[in-house]
Design a protein around this ligand. Structure first.
Ligand SMILES: Nc1ncnc2c1ncn2[C@@H]1O[C@H](COP(=O)(O)OP(=O)(O)O)[C@@H](O)[C@H]1O
Ligand SMILES: [Mg+2]
Length: 331
C-alpha cells in the first residue's frame, strides 16, 4: 500500500459506476489499517460512500474506525451557506433599497450552472488546506470531467478573485471621489461609504483576499506530486478506456500527473460457460489495448468479486494487483 499511495491528498476519479467509491473506500480503509490517520470525503452529489461503508454518513465527520473518519459533503447545505456569506457581504455595502433585488438575484444564482460546484470546491479547498489533521485525505469524487475541472478550478478561481479585487480597488478610488460629493449632500438617506459601512467594505475585501489565498494554496498542493495524487478508475471496456485516455491528457494540461489507473472488475480467466469465455476474450483485447495506449501509466488490476464489497472488512481485503498473471493468450 505504501508503494501505491505516498501523498497526503488522494483523489479518485472516473466514470460513474466503474468503482470509484469502492476503490477510494478501500484505499482509505487500507491506509487506516496501517494506523495512518485517514479521512475519506465523498464529493459526489450522488453519495454512495455510506452504502460502501455500510454506514449512515452525513455532512458531519463520523469516526468509522480509530484511524478512519468519513464525511459526505452536502452540496445543497454548502451552497446555501456559501450564498448566505455572499449575501451578508453584499449587504455590507449595498443600498438597502437594493436588498430585495439582491436576494432575488442570489436565489437565481444559487441554481445556476456551476454554483454548487463552486461552493463544493471551496469546501474541498478548505479541507485540503487543513490537511495536517490527517496523514491522508481520500476524495471520492464525481464522474471524470467534473473531477478534472475541479482540480483545475483553484487556479482559475484565484485568478477570478484577483480580477474581482482589482475591481473593488477601482471602486475604492471612486469612493474617495464620492465622499466629497456626499459630504455636501447632508440630507442623503444612504451613503455606502460612511465610516460604519467602510468597516464592512474592508471586511468584504478581506473575505476576497482570504478566498484568493485559499485557492492559491490549494492549487499549489494539488499540483505538487509530493502532496497530491490522482488515481483514475476504469473497467476493461472500450468507452471507459477512451475516456481514461482523455482524462490522462486533460490532467497533463493542468500539470497534474495521473498517479495510477485502477482497472476494475476484471473477469477471471477460468470460465465454464461460452458466454463468459467470450467475455474473457473480449476483455483480453481491451487489456492489450490498455497496456499499449496507457503504457506510461502505472496500472492496478482488481478482479470482479462474487461477494458484496461493502463494509471495512471486505473493503480492506480488495487486492490491487500490479501484474496480471491471469491472462489468456490470444491467437
Ligand atoms: N471489483 C468489484 N467486484 C464486484 N463488485 C464491484 C467491484 N467494484 C465495484 N463493484 C460494485 O459496483 C457498483 C458500483 O461501484 P461504485 O464503487 O459505487 O462505483 P462509482 O463510485 O464509480 O459509481 C457497486 O455496487 C459496487 O459494490
Ligand atoms: Mg460513487
Amino acid at each position: 500500500m505504501e508503494k501505491i499511495v505516498k501523498t497526503p491528498i488522494i483523489f479518485v476519479g472516473g466514470k460513474g459506476g466503474v468503482g470509484k467509491t469502492t476503490i477510494s473506500a478501500s484505499i482509505a480503509t487500507k491506509l487506516a489499517n496501517l494506523k495512518r490517520k485517514t479521512l475519506i470525503v465523498s464529493t459526489d452529489p450522488a453519495h454512495s460512500l455510506g452504502d460502501a461503508l455500510n454506514l449512515k454518513l452525513s455532512a458531519k465527520k463520523k469516526s468509522i474506525t480509530p484511524y478512519l473518519d468519513a464525511i459526505e459533503l452536502d452540496s445543497e447545505l454548502i451552497t446555501n451557506e456559501h450564498f448566505k456569506g455572499i449575501e451578508s457581504a453584499l449587504r455590507g455595502y449595498a443600498n438597502p433599497e437594493m436588498f430585495p433585488k439582491i436576494k432575488e438575484h442570489l436565489e437565481l444564482a444559487k441554481d445556476s450552472p456551476g454554483a454548487q460546484e463552486a461552493a463544493i470546491l471551496e469546501s474541498i479547498c478548505e479541507i485540503i488546506c487543513n490537511k495536517d489533521e490527517y496523514d491522508h485525505i481520500v476524495f471520492d469524487t464525481a464522474p471524470t470531467g467534473h473531477t478534472i475541472r475541479l482540480l483545475s478550478l483553484p487556479t482559475i478561481m484565484s485568478a477570478w478573485t484577483s480580477g474581482l479585487m482589482k475591481h473593488q480597488k477601482d471602486q475604492e478610488k471612486l469612493k474617495d471621489a464620492a465622499e466629497v460629493f456626499w459630504s455636501k449632500k447632508k440630507d442623503s438617506k444612504f451613503n455606502p461609504f460612511k465610516p460604519s459601512r467602510q468597516g464592512r467594505w474592508e471586511k468584504a475585501v478581506a473575505r476576497l483576499e482570504a478566498r484568493k489565498e485559499l485557492f492559491l494554496r490549494s492549487s499549489k498542493i494539488l499540483t505538487n506530486q509530493d502532496e497530491s495524487s490522482i488515481f483514475l478508475v476504469m473497467i476493461p471496456q472500450m468507452l471507459p478506456l477512451e475516456e481514461t485516455k482523455r482524462a490522462v491528457k486533460s490532467l497533463a494540461k493542468y500539470s497534474i500527473k495521473c498517479s495510477g489507473i485502477f482497472v476494475n472488475q476484471i473477469i477471471p480467466k477460468e470460465q465454464e460457460s461460452d458466454f463468459w469465455k467470450t467475455q474473457v476474450l473480449k476483455q483480453e483485447e481491451i487489456l492489450n489495448e490498455i497496456e499499449h495506449s496507457l503504457k506510461n501509466e502505472k496500472k492496478f488490476y482488481i478482479y470482479l468479486s462474487p461477494r458484496d464489497l461493502r463494509g471495512v472488512d471486505e473493503l480492506g481485503k480488495i487486492e490491487f494487483i500490479e501484474n496480471l498473471t491471469d491472462r489468456v493468450a490470444l491467437t
